[in-house]
Design a protein around this ligand. Structure first.
Ligand SMILES: Cc1cc2nc3c(=O)[nH]c(=O)nc-3n(C[C@H](O)[C@H](O)[C@H](O)COP(=O)(O)OP(=O)(O)OC[C@H]3O[C@@H](n4cnc5c(N)ncnc54)[C@H](O)[C@@H]3O)c2cc1C
Length: 296
């Protein structure tokens, strides 16, 4: 099938290191940056037909890409941005960042999403991962998600089956092109104040290049992954340039290391926590590409 890719942005010198918050990772065979839903559909079809492997990249804030080049194509949603309002519902293109969304909410006095302040994500990535803070998750605010998997589909909240860092979209090879969220009318000053409070709380978070929390909190336990890692005495542990943060043990900071360093440290942390408590930690961070672990 012929696909008309004219006008669709590409980056010949693409490197994951420039598109991820870890600042790590190699190149790819090709990269595409659709700006509209239609372009996203065209690119998705093209990539599926022409490459054995592909990955959708949002804002790159929860991925660890391997140091070597990815043997496939990347569809990055960075330019797939825009918001429309219909009463108490905002519809955002999949690559719209939380920052852009919250600016819109402040300017228009819209409440309900303030707790997302400071998460460096796209709304598509957030919906895909059902991201959130403490007991509040984006899935609770979502009314509909539109994604493409060879067909454009619209799923309501029930069909998205949101749970701990999970949604139906994670089980499907797809690109989330649009997310609709419910908001309520408020006044801009209050919305801004609440957002500022959440941003203030984030100041206590570790600085430096990271993906936020590396591990999911184990379900059925009252204790988070960070506390477990700390309890096992692993704060400050290093592999090469990767370090378990001394401020928050569920963060691994990249101090100029490699993806192999971060991955190596993740493996050590998992092994030590298993040894110490008999608990298997599960990664929240998503791996892209081939890692050659020394134990495999
Ligand atoms: C400093 C820092 C703080 C953080 N704090 C939080 C927090 O408080 N709460 C929280 O939940 N997370 C947090 N995170 C993690 C991260 O922001 C979230 O997991 C977020 O949902 C990832 O969104 P993204 O757009 O960056 O996705 P990416 O990292 O680009 O991708 C993550 C996964 O989603 C897929 N994906 C992304 N976009 C799409 C799309 N449009 N269609 C299909 N698949 C897609 C990718 O293929 C990948 O599997 C933090 C990260 C950092 C660096």
């Amino acid at each position: 099938m012929k696909h008309d890719l004219r006008g669709i942005k590409t980056d010949d010198s693409f490197s994951f290191s420039r598109y991820t918050t870890y600042g790590l990772g190699g190149g790819a065979k090709a990269s595409f940056f659709p700006r509209t839903k239609e372009e996203a559909v065209t690119v998705f079809d093209f990539v599926k037909e022409n490459y054995d492997r592909y990955v959708v990249l949002g804002n790159g804030s929860d991925v660890l890409a391997a140091d070597g080049a990815f043997d496939g194509a990347v569809i990055c949603t960075k330019l797939l941005s825009g918001i429309t309002r219909n009463g108490n519902r905002l519809t955002c293109l999949g690559g719209t960042t939380v920052k852009t969304l919250l600016s819109y909410c402040v300017n228009n006095g819209l409440s309900g999403l303030e707790y997302l302040a400071g998460i460096p994500a796209s709304i598509g990535g957030l919906a895909y991962m059902n991201g959130g803070v403490n007991s509040k998750h984006i899935g609770d605010a979502i009314s509909e998600v539109e994604f493409y998997d060879g067909e454009l589909r619209v799923f309501n909240r029930e069909k998205c089956n949101f749970s701990n860092k999970h949604s139906t979209m994670r089980d499907i090879s797809c690109i989330v092109v649009q997310v609709s969220v419910n908001i309520t009318q408020s006044d801009p000053k209050t919305v801004k104040q609440d957002i500022d409070e959440f941003l203030q709380m984030r100041k206590a978070q570790p600085k430096g290049k990271s993906c936020g929390c590396v591990f999911k909190n184990p379900s059925g336990l009252n204790v988070g992954a960070g506390k477990l890692i700390d309890g096992a005495g692993l704060k400050g542990l290093r592999v090469g340039g990767a370090e378990v943060s001394r401020e928050h043990a569920n963060f691994i900071i990249n101090h100029g290391g490699s993806s192999a360093d971060v991955r190596g440290l993740i493996k050590v942390v998992k092994a030590r926590v298993k040894e110490f408590y008999g608990i298997d930690l599960e990664e929240e961070v998503v791996y892209i590409g081939e890692f050659y672990d020394s134990d495999s």
